[in-house]
Write a protein that binds this ligand. Structure first.
Ligand code: PBG
Length: 327
């Protein structure tokens, strides 16, 4: 570009009023882009607060319906369901049980709020006694034998009515296994939103309180990605796309905006950014001290994810964001 420069060019001309700024804004936040994560557990009238995530609760099915209904009334199109089972074992049987907590809540939500999109997190960690995302043998997280359980989990969610299944385990080949499982079950129209570039991140700390899914030994570094790697994130994403992912996700979001941009540019697929628990809790705690403005920082962070290329924003603040966008 050959700009004549100052004083002919004055970028401040277009910043003089809110109306002018809105007219030339390149990126927008809209309630239609938001997905609200929800944590389901059994019982009735339970709203169990999560200490490390102020404003987030483990909810019994009746309360999930209330929460989802109010989110949907505010314009939020979708929820992302996580389950906390009554019992954990070493085969994650609660993950693919026909009447598991996520399956129950999915049926209930599709019944009560048919136009709300139900996205289900497909993973084994919440259902495993050891807290890892796959089958464990002699301290090792096994890949191929875990695929069958993941596919069964996804099929059981879709059979219960899930609109989208979202595998977050990071086993190699899971998208193919899930796609095959869904197709064989006659669920070829169920889309897969894969956590394609999911990093082994300390930002998941508060979530593990919420989902009671912290690993009992070791960590997730043998399956989730190393924070150092961007090229590998593209390779991971390419694999998921080739295996049939319809929507790809980058997670966490704020510390990985470069990955969001590269994934979007390279694949041009619908791209989701998951603003994870640690991102939420950092904003909440600083705002509670009066050190930052929660609303402004939350909206600015989400706008940055949009600017980086995210089409879909998964955020625990979705309900607040919906109401702020209305003001
Ligand atoms: C399950 C899963 C995790 C998150 C989403 N799905 C935790 C993990 O991988 O340890 C994290 C979400 C968040 O921190 O908000 N595998």
């Amino acid at each position: 570009m050959n700009l004549p420069g100052f004083p002919v060019i004055r970028p401040r001309r277009l910043r003089q009023s809110a109306a002018l700024r809105a007219l030339v804004a390149e990126t927008h936040l809209n309630v239609s882009q938001l997905i609200l994560p929800l944590f389901a557990r059994s019982g009735r009238k339970i709203r169990h607060p999560i200490k490390s995530m102020p404003g987030v609760f483990q909810l019994s099915p009746d309360e999930i319906v209330r929460e989802a209904a109010s989110a949907h009334a505010a314009g939020i199109p979708a929820v992302l369901l996580f389950g906390i089972p009554d019992n954990k074992d070493d085969r994650a049987s609660g993950a693919y049980a026909k009447n598991g907590i996520v399956q129950q809540v999915t049926r209930l939500l599709k019944n009560e709020l048919p136009s709300l999109l139900v996205v289900t997190d497909v993973c084994l960690c919440e259902y495993m006694a050891h807290g890892h995302c796959g089958i464990v043998q002699n301290g090792k997280i096994l890949n191929d034998v875990s695929l069958d359980l993941l596919a069964r989990t996804a099929v059981s969610h879709a059979a219960a009515g899930a609109d989208i299944v979202a595998p977050s385990d990071m086993m190699d080949g899971r998208v193919r296994a899930i796609r095959t499982g869904l197709d064989e079950a006659g669920l070829e129209d169920t889309p897969i939103m894969s956590y394609a570039a999911k990093f082994a991140s300390a930002f998941y700390g508060p979530f593990r309180d919420a989902a009671e899914s912290a690993p009992k030994f070791g960590d997730r570094r043998s399956y989730q990605m190393d924070a150092a790697n961007a090229r590998e994130a593209l390779r991971e994403t390419a694999l998921d796309v080739s295996e049939g992912a319809d929507i790809v996700m980058v997670k966490p979001a704020l510390a990985y905006l470069d990955i969001i941009r590269q994934v979007k540019t390279e694949f041009g697929l619908p791209t989701a950014a998951y603003s994870v628990s640690g991102e939420y809790s950092m904003i909440k705690s600083a705002a509670a001290q009066g050190w930052i403005d929660e609303r402004a920082v939350t909206l600015e962070s989400l706008l940055a994810m949009r600017r980086a290329g995210a089409d879909i924003l998964i955020t625990y603040s979705a309900k607040d964001v919906a109401s702020w966008l209305k003001e």
